[in-house]
Design a protein around this ligand. Sequence first.
Ligand SMILES: [Zn+2]
Ligand SMILES: [Zn+2]
Length: 444
Amino acid sequence: MHKLFFVCTLFTVLSFNVNAQNLSLDAMIDRDIASWLSTYKALHAAPELSHREEKTAAFVAGELRKLGFTVAERIGKYQNAQWNGYGVVAVMKNGQGPTVLVRTELDALPVDEKTGLPYASQVKMKNDAGLDVSVMHACGHDIHMTSFLGTARMLTELKNRWSGTLILLGQPAEETGDGAAAMLRDNLYANFPKPDFAIALHDKPELETGKVGYTPGYAMASATSIDITIKGIGGHGSAPEVTKDPIVVAAQVVMALQTIVSRENSPLDPAVVTVGSIHGGTRYNIIPDEVNLQLTVRTYKAEVRKHILASIERIVNGVAATAGIPADRAPTVKVSEGTGSTYNDPQLVDRLVVAFKQALGEDNVVKVPPIMASEDFGNFSLDQKIPTTIFWLGASDPAKVKASRESGVALPGLHSALFAPVPEPTLRTGVKAMTSAVLELMKK
Ligand SMILES: [Zn+2]
Ligand SMILES: [Zn+2]
């Protein structure tokens, strides 16, 4: 009896504490949600392209400074020296303990918003080519920034519940895949405390608001862009015998590339080789001198990526040689630096899942499968040396998610001109989940 009574009492005390903590966090969220909604709408209406996040970064830095963080701005060095790094690093030291980095992206996309929302973006900016393009937060980085600022506010008020060093990092140029690398190149981990853990969230239109999703292990693929130029010997369309037709060679290359994933790669190692662009020729009756192709390669493992890149080079050169293209007209294959894969440290994921379930309820924390899209957040792990994880934040009305699952018609996805996360419940969950994650890692 006594023993049972003790267990019951202990359980009651424990659950009371958990509830009290949750209630206070919920009460704080209730208090602040109106101001977050206006922040979100203001950010949504004022998106900036990658490499040009000047005002967004200044706003985020200013908000963090008001909360008492030590803030550094303009962090990031690109290989293209014409671009400025608009990275923001905010540090708050609060006694002994781990260093935890929380990251948000700052940039938006060249998308012409078609949501019809009252706070829809009307912004146009010059892109890298100097052309005016419409700009939209079509990936939800405005949701991420607002959740991040809300989390910052919660954690400054809850300083008695955590100890260690908190780093809040605003990363530019996620969409172009070079922002995290630019910040690291600018000595991020030498000039600021190196984290023991790094975490981030990303909204997910396929997931209901109120929920978060997690993926242990590989969650997103590496992405590598490749430019191929197939050079032939041009001439009159009526006299192919005196030419080396690069259009036919390009067609053979496109088909031969399909054998890399299907015949050379283990079916247990996910990989994609997509030819996304092919351009050659000007007229019906002219065999051109060259054809240009653009490819994307996606893999989880670095060794799979390496193998695929070597195969592409071998196939392109082999097909050209087979067609009799002379060595001095050999194809060129230019491989971009690319983005590494995103690997969620399974032990870190386990810890966060416990915290999420406690904060949001068991049913609101779901495991989701990995995808072949990519993210440059993995760069902050320094090749998996620092445990990192990115988790998914549900962003769509549950009724719409249900209807979409039943009909098989997808909801407007990330990067769509129609992407419209439901702000209030998404921000509430984003702040609650991220705050709980940090408290778990830095609890006293
Ligand atoms: Zn995106
Ligand atoms: Zn994104």
